[in-house]
Ligand binder design. Structure first.
Ligand code: XUL
Length: 543
C-alpha cells in the first residue's frame, strides 16, 4: 500500500503543533500539540511569551521553540508514527518575530549530534537570548524613523506592502541595533521564527519565504527582493545578515541527518520553506480563489483575503503579504483576540458554555452597550496604552461585557477591512474560537454574510502540510492545481454554514456607525458619540 504522508508544523504563539495528512486517503491522520506554558514550564512563559514594560515589550524564547521540536518528534516516535513515509515537511510560524544568531549557528547545525538534544547544542548560538514577537509594540520611535526615511506613510506602504508597524521585524531590528549595538555587530544572521525553525530541520541557514518576508518592512512587495532603501533605513550592513528570499513553494533540500538518525525520518524527506501562520491558513482554509475572505480567531484575530493582484491599503492599517501560491494575501491583524475574550470570561468566572449561553440570550445590539476592547495595546486601530472603554455600562455588568467584547471585535474588523475591495461571497472561520458557534453567529450577523466553519481548526498546520504535498508532487511532475488539492481536503471535513439573521442587518449597520463614532471620539478627538448612541437605543430598544 502506498503511504504518502506529509507533515505540517505550526509554531504559534502558545504551542507547537504537528499535523500529518495522508495524501492518498485525502485525510488527516495525526495531530498533536506541545503547549509551551504547560509542557515546558521551565521557560516560565505566560501564554507562550514574556510581557514587560506595561505590556509593550513582548518576547519569547527561541531555545524553547527548538526544545519543543525535539519533544514533539519524541512524541511521534512514542506514538509509533511511520515517519519514514513522510515525503515532505513544511511549517508555519507566528509572523514578524526575529531570532539573532552568531557565526557558529550554521557550523553547529551542520554537525548536530543525534545523541544530544537540540537545545543543549544550540544554546550558544544566540546574540539575543529572547526574541521580540508579534505582540511587541515598543518600537514606535523606530517606526517613525524608518517611515520618514522611506518618504512617509504612503511611500512606505507602496514599497513594503505595509506601513511601518511596531511588531514588524525591520523596526525591531533597528531597535536592537540602536540599543544593543555590540550584540548587533556580533550577529551574523537574523532569522524570522519561520526561517529559524526551517534552518534547524535543514541543517543550514534557510531562506525566508515571500509570505513571511513581507511582514518585515524590508522586502519590496513588487519585486519580492530585499529593498536596499528599506534596509538602509533600518540598520547598517543588514543585507549581509539576512538570508535570501525564496518563493514559498520551492524545495529547500533534504532533512538534516540529525532527524534521520534520531527519529528515523527518511533521508530523502523534502523540506519546503516555512511561512507565516496567516499565509499558511490561507491554504489550510481554502482561500485560493477570489471572492472569499477568512477570519482567524486565535491569540491574534485576523481578517484575510486572497488577492490575485497587489492592492495596498494606503490608509496604512492593512498589510499585503505574499501568498503561498505566488499571489498575495491582504490582512488586518488584531492583538485583542483570544486573550481579550478570556479576560472577560475569567473576570466573571465563566466557562465557555456560560459565555456562549450569554451570547445566545442577549439581544444583538446589546441595548446600545459598546466596548472598545483594548485590554492589550492594539494594532488596528493603533492603541499603545491599553485601556478598555465602555459606553453605557459598567465593568460589573456580566452580560453586557460578554456581548460587548464579541460585538466590538467584529464591528472593528468590518470597519477596518473596508480597504480590501474584493466582493466577498462567503467567509470562512478558523482558529480555536471558531468552534464556538455563538461567536461565529455574531460575526455572521455583523458582516451579514454566510460563514463556513470547519471541523479542523488548525488551518495553519494543515496549510503547511498541504503546501508540502503540492511542492512534492510538482517536483515529481504530477502537477496538482491548488484549488483542486485544497478542496479535496476541505470536502472531507465536516463543515457547517452559519447564516446571518437578515433581521439584524440594519441594526448592525447603524451600530457600526455608532462604534466608529466611539472610536473616533476616544482615539482621534472626534465628536461626542452619546447622541448617536442614544438614537440607536431609541430606535432598537425603546418602543
Ligand atoms: C499577523 C500577526 C499575527 C501573528 C501571530 O500580522 O501579527 O497574526 O502572525 O499569529
Amino acid at each position: 500500500m502506498i503511504m504518502d504522508y506529509f507533515l505540517g508544523l505550526d509554531c504559534s504563539t502558545q504551542s507547537l503543533t504537528g499535523f500529518i495528512i495522508d495524501f492518498n486517503k485525502k485525510r488527516s491522520v495525526y495531530s498533536y500539540s506541545i503547549n509551551f506554558d504547560k509542557d515546558l514550564p521551565e521557560y516560565k512563559t505566560q501564554n507562550g511569551v514574556y510581557i514587560s514594560n506595561g505590556g509593550n515589550i513582548v518576547h519569547s524564547n527561541p531555545l524553547m521553540w527548538i526544545e519543543a521540536l525535539d519533544l514533539l518528534f519524541s512524541k511521534f516516535v512514542q506514538d509509533r508514527l511511520p515517519l519514514e513515509n513522510i515525503k515532505a515537511i513544511s511549517g508555519s510560524a507566528q509572523q514578524h518575530g526575529t531570532v539573532y544568531l552568531n557565526n557558529s549557528f550554521e557550523s553547529i547545525l551542520k554537525e548536530l549530534d543525534p545523541s544530544k538534544t537540540l537545545n543543549s547544542q544550540l544554546d550558544r548560538v544566540f546574540t539575543r537570548k529572547t526574541s521580540p514577537v508579534w505582540m511587541d509594540s515598543s518600537t514606535t520611535k523606530e517606526c517613525e524613523e524608518i517611515r520618514y526615511k522611506l518618504g512617509g506613510m504612503e511611500s512606505t506602504v507602496k514599497i513594503t506592502g505595509s506601513n511601518t508597524f511596531e511588531r514588524f521585524s525591520g523596526p525591531q531590528i533597528r531597535k536592537f541595533f540602536k540599543l544593543n549595538n555590540n550584540d548587533y555587530l556580533k550577529t551574523s544572521v537574523i532569522h524570522l521564527v519561520s526561517s529559524f525553525l526551517s534552518s534547524i530541520l535543514l541543517g543550514k541557514n534557510s531562506p525566508i519565504d515571500h509570505g513571511d518576508g513581507a511582514g518585515m518592512n524590508l522586502m519590496n512587495i513588487e519585486t519580492k527582493e530585499w529593498d536596499q532603501k528599506a534596509l538602509d533605513a533600518t540598520a547598517p550592513d543588514l543585507l549581509m545578515k539576512l538570508p535570501p528570499l525564496i518563493n514559498s513553494y520551492e524545495i529547500l533540500g533534504k532533512i538534516s541527518p540529525y532527524f534521520v538518525e534520531k527519529y528515523k525520518f527518511a533521508p530523502d524527506t523534502l523540506l519546503i520553506p516555512w511561512s507565516g501562520d496567516n499565509p499558511n491558513s490561507l491554504i489550510g482554509i481554502g482561500l485560493t480563489t477570489k471572492g472569499r475572505a477568512a477570519i482567524s480567531l486565535g491569540t491574534s484575530d485576523t481578517y484575510f483575503v486572497y488577492l490575485k493582484r497587489l492592492n495596498v491599503d494606503l490608509s496604512g492599517e492593512g498589510h499585503i503579504f505574499g501568498a503561498p501560491t505566488g499571489d498575495y494575501v491582504g490582512l488586518v491583524c488584531y492583538k485583542n483576540g483570544s486573550l481579550a475574550r478570556e479576560k472577560i470570561k475569567n473576570c466573571f468566572n465563566l466557562s465557555w458554555k456560560d459565555f456562549s449561553n450569554i451570547l445566545k440570550n442577549t439581544p444583538p445590539g446589546n441595548h446600545g452597550k459598546i466596548m472598545l476592547p483594548y485590554f492589550f495595546p492594539e494594532i488596528v486601530p493603533l492603541v499603545l496604552k491599553p485601556t478598555v472603554y465602555r459606553f453605557g455600562f459598567s465593568k460589573n455588568d456580566q452580560e453586557g461585557n460578554v456581548r460587548a467584547v464579541i460585538e466590538a471585535q467584529f464591528l472593528s474588523m468590518k470597519l477596518h477591512s473596508k480597504w480590501v475591495q474584493e466582493e466577498t461571497e462567503e467567509m470562512y472561520a478558523t482558529g480555536g474560537a471558531s468552534s464556538n458557534l455563538e461567536i461565529i453567529q455574531v460575526a455572521a450577523n455583523i458582516f451579514n454574510i454566510n460563514i463556513r466553519q470547519f471541523e479542523v481548526t488548525e488551518s495553519a498546520a494543515l496549510g503547511a502540510a498541504l503546501r508540502s504535498s503540492k511542492s512534492y508532487y510538482d517536483s515529481t511532475k504530477k502537477i496538482v492545481d491548488w484549488t483542486e488539492l485544497v478542496s479535496q481536503y476541505l470536502n472531507m471535513q465536516k463543515s457547517v454554514v452559519i447564516r446571518p439573521n437578515k433581521k439584524y442587518s440594519e441594526l448592525y449597520n447603524d451600530m457600526l456607525f455608532v462604534y466608529n463614532k466611539c472610536e473616533s471620539f476616544v482615539l482621534k478627538n472626534g465628536e461626542d458619540p452619546e447622541p448617536y448612541r442614544k438614537d440607536f437605543i431609541k430606535k432598537y430598544f425603546e418602543n
